[in-house]
Design a protein around this ligand. Sequence first.
Ligand SMILES: CSCCC(=O)C(=O)COP(=O)(O)O
Ligand SMILES: [Mg+2]
Length: 227
Amino acid sequence: MSIKVILTDIEGTTSAVSFVFDVLFPYAAKHLPEFVRQNAERADVAEQIAAVRRDSNEPQADVERVVEILLSWIAEDRKATPLKALQGMVWEQGYQAGQLKGHVYPDAVEALKRWHQAGYQLFVYSSGSIQAQKLIFGCSEAGDLTPLFSGYFDTTSGPKREEQSYRNIQQAIGAEPQAILFLSDIVQELDAAQAAGLQTCGLARDGGELQGHVTVDSFTGIEPEAF
Ligand SMILES: CSCCC(=O)C(=O)COP(=O)(O)O
Ligand SMILES: [Mg+2]
């Protein structure tokens, strides 16, 4: 069956790991404490604070303790849904103020445009919240890339290293699993997608190999028609 849908990871795949680790995460660590303190009563923020209390098993945590927990989760790169939601809200302020511009590799921009033009449906699956995904592509160094995408999936579809998450996404997209090509730089994500029946292609920008998967060093080497 030929590929009809391309589902892509962000960090390490369309975008540099260094942009996420050296720009986005430090920005969130710097601005998130004040953001949470000032907006603790806002409904969408209050919902995430409640989720932090629940996920950390600290139902009595006050706002300062919640901030501490969030900063520890940033430090350990925990892919916790409430942290990801709050990071997205903080980054929105940075993008709007012109302090952040999303990094997308030029070869990824070129290929995504070409595939969209050729009729492939493009989707994103990242641990970053859907809001954060729309921001990195919407406010990218290459301009607004969001018109290229048909939809976005985050950790509310499940963790990226679990097979069931890919089944959930495949059902939401409504395509056969073999018609979906998943792109990622993490072998455990590729293994989980493959176990769910998706086609996979690994991105190893340092020229390495992601064992068990076709591996390329840039989007230029990806030929969806060859899968
Ligand atoms: C949407 S940009 C921020 C990415 C992020 O927060 C993250 O944790 C990276 O996760 P990915 O699944 O894209 O590797
Ligand atoms: Mg990645």
